[in-house]
Write a protein that binds this ligand. Structure first.
Ligand SMILES: Nc1ncnc2c1ncn2[C@@H]1O[C@H](COP(=O)(O)OP(=O)(O)O)[C@@H](O)[C@H]1O
Ligand SMILES: C=C(OP(=O)(O)O)C(=O)O
Ligand SMILES: [Ca+2]
Ligand SMILES: [Mn+2]
Length: 657
């Protein structure tokens, strides 16, 4: 600042006499008390030990409540280690792994090493070296601790300028649905959906155990493993306890963000998990193992309540794997599991956003004017809706502060940023850069969204919005559906697979995925459809089909629907205005489309107006209609619900030409 004749400006700052260059002089004078305050430490090690106070996350008890209130910290640790030791025990050897709590690198600082009780440890000559080593358990670490672990030990971990943890997921940057297998046993044989169209590719119990042993051996061969004990489902009566054993801080932080985080009291009473994931993703499966067709295998065993991951580090496998488990467990309790986002207006009006990956569930459910219940996985029970997860997983390719401010602001300390590219020096992320993958992702706790509704539950939905990203550009931006049409489109699950989320998809391609989540459903689609129909009917919900894909031509010729327009359409659905608009019926699909929506140019509402070549439009429309018809053929033999009339209506609700 230039001097303007004010004597204080140069001579003194805050009353401290100025030294050379006008800067305040450094105080070196001795204090009256005989010296500057000194730390209460005699050695450097002691000084460092002062830095950290004992706290909750790894020792979750404040002593007051709970059945274990009388337990000492040591006893509690012992019990936790016993439970984890049981999780990690080999099924073929006599000895369980010897577990130690804490970071092996820090053992000098925390000398109190508690050994896992080795109940069946009896040294024999058959014991291998693996049973003689220790495995350190990093249990429910905090985000800060996980950052340190990642940055120290995992190549490709960096802190971005906004504080997020940038990581690389390795060779796989999307899910591998073709490598996902489900154990077919006497029970699942009858219960699950097998065969054409089903995501459940079978494997036998023995092969599962071979892969399980491989994963467990790999994990036990490491110096340390991360263990997360967390919950799924905000409906307290239907909460599921999950344990995730993984080798990377990245995976542990991802699940910390994505699952529901237990309070210290809840963790204290955690007990035995209902489901366990063994994530040995850095280690491949063995191609000589029966059924293995690549180095990647994601194996689900519902009987054992376990999942094994080999040969992929893509973190989405864990959350979507658990989603599959919920698609099995919840319908058994008459609860419908939904691959949908969910939000609620100020008046308590709830909307569901169904859609396949990349169609806009996360983007459109994250709405500054509404409460976010969740972005991806929900349950609909007799009491209303509940989120399964405790976090969101947003696509961030082309993310901008202007278009998606809430997601932008959620990318801060604690958030996992997968496979993004950033400036080497400033660590500013370039969200346009697809060098690593188009499927760049951010995983953050749901409370990072300012309007998150905690607990993440709400009343029965009023609107059921089916999102389709139509790469052909012939579906209208919005159509109002009757119940039969809603069911037809729900079972069809049409969209274009957008590049990146699944391996090998490089450009949008038409796909049909039953219930908008065929990769995750475990029962026949008509089971979920029947539940959805009866719930929508009972609670008077309206169905909508929203095309978030192309307009003005197919992919390559037209362009993606403007997000601003889609938001206006969604606003009109929420407000109830669209329910009472004027409608006309389209050819072929017989969809009811509004003639006007506030804030949206009327001419785009009927896609024919946006195509310069009307003949090409008509041909493309018929082509898509044909794809719908042939896709639906496999469902014609099934009855939906108890009422045969509904089935007939649903079949008739498809394209007609
Ligand atoms: N009209 C639109 N509606 C919704 N999303 C759009 C639209 N146009 C572009 N997008 C982009 O498409 C992507 C949708 O991804 P996301 O919301 O994460 O999907 P999902 O949660 O269903 O997997 C986002 O990157 C979003 O910015
Ligand atoms: C993470 C995924 O889901 P979504 O794109 O629906 O968020 C996925 O399909 O792998
Ligand atoms: Ca999805
Ligand atoms: Mn999503």
């Amino acid at each position: 600042m230039a001097s303007n004749g004010n004597g204080n400006a140069i001579g003194k700052a805050n009353g401290v006499p100025a030294g050379r260059n006008g800067l305040p002089k450094i105080q070196t004078a001795k204090r009256q008390d005989g010296g500057a305050p000194t730390v209460k430490a005699q050695t450097i090690d002691e000084l460092h030990s002062l830095q950290k106070k004992k706290s909750a996350p790894t020792t979750p008890l404040d002593g007051a409540q709970g059945a274990f209130a009388t337990m000492t910290e040591e006893e509690r640790h012992k019990q936790q280690l016993q439970s984890i030791s049981a999780s990690l025990a080999s099924l073929t050897r006599e000895t369980g792994p010897k577990l130690v709590r804490g970071d092996p690198a820090r053992q000098s600082e925390t000398p109190r090493v508690s050994h896992a009780p080795d109940h069946h440890f009896a040294p024999t000559f058959s014991a291998s070296d693996s049973s003689l080593k220790f495995t350190h358990v990093l249990y429910n670490l905090s985000p800060a601790e996980l950052y340190e672990q990642a940055i120290k030990y995992e190549k490709g971990s960096f802190i971005t300028s906004s504080g997020a943890l940038a990581t690389l997921s390795g060779a796989k940057t999307g899910r591998s649905p073709k490598d996902k297998r489900v154990v077919r046993d006497d029970t699942t044989e009858d219960e699950l959906w097998w065969g054409k169209g089903s995501p459940n590719i079978e494997m036998d119990e023995h092969t599962f155990l071979v892969n399980r042993e491989r994963a467990v051996d790999y994990l036990n061969s490491l110096d340390k493993v991360f263990v997360n004990d967390q919950f799924l489902n905000w409906d307290p009566e239907n909460r599921i306890k999950v344990r995730i054993v993984s080798a990377r801080a990245y995976h542990s932080l991802f699940m910390h963000n994505m699952c529901i985080r237990p309070t210290p009291e809840e963790l204290e009473n955690f007990g035995t998990p209902d489901f366990t994931i063994y994530n040995a993703g850095q280690f491949p499966c063995n191609r000589y193992t029966h059924y293995m067709t690549s180095s990647t295998s994601i194996d689900l065993n519902l009987g054992r309540r376990e999942m094994v991951i080999l040969g992929t580090q893509y973190a989405g496998e864990m959350k979507k794997g658990l989603f599959g488990v919920m698609h099995y467990l919840m319908p058994m309790r008459q609860i419908l599991s939904l691959h949908s986002g969910c939000n609620m207006g100020k008046d308590g009006d709830v909307a569901l956003f169904f859609g396949l990956s990349g169609t806009g569930k996360t983007t459109l459910s994250t709405d500054h004017n509404r409460y976010l219940i969740g972005d991806d996985e929900h349950c609909w029970s007799d009491k209303g809706v509940s989120n399964i997860e405790g976090g969101c997983y947003a696509k961030c390719i082309d993310l901008s502060r202007e278009k998606e401010p809430d997601i932008w602001n959620a990318i801060k300390f604690g958030t996992v940023l997968e496979n993004v590219v950033f400036d080497e020096h400033t660590r500013e992320v370039d969200y346009l850069d697809k060098s690593v993958t188009e499927n760049t992702r951010a995983a953050y706790p749901i409370e990072y969204i300012p309007n998150a509704k905690i607990p993440c539950v709400g009343p029965h939905p009023k609107n059921v919005i089916l999102l389709a990203c139509d790469a052909f550009g012939v579906l209208p931006p919005v159509s109002k559906l009757n119940l039969a049409q809603t069911m037809y489109h729900f079972i069809s699950g049409y969209t274009a697979l957008v590049a990146g989320t699944e391996e090998g998809v490089k450009e949008p391609r038409a796909t049909f995925s039953a219930c908008f989540g065929a990769a995750f459903i475990m029962l026949h689609p008509t089971k979920y459809a029947a539940m959805l129909a009866s719930k929508m009917e009972k609670h008077g919900a309206t169905g909508w089909l929203v095309n978030t894909g192309w307009s003005g031509g197919s992919y390559g010729a037209g362009s993606r629907m403007k997000l601003a327009y889609t938001r206006k359409i969604i606003d009109a659905i929420h407000s109830g205005k669209l329910l009472n608009a004027n409608y006309k019926k389209t050819e072929v699909f017989g969809l009811e489309i509004p003639t006007e929506v506030e804030g949206v140019p009327s001419d785009i509402l009927d896609p024919i107006n946006t195509w310069s070549n009307k003949k090409a439009y008509k041909e493309t429309l018929l082509k898509l209609g044909g794809l719908f018809k042939s896709n639906f053929e496999v469902f014609l033999d099934y009855k939906i619900g108890k009422d045969a009339k509904l089935t007939e209506e649903i079949v008739a609700a498809g394209p007609n030409f």
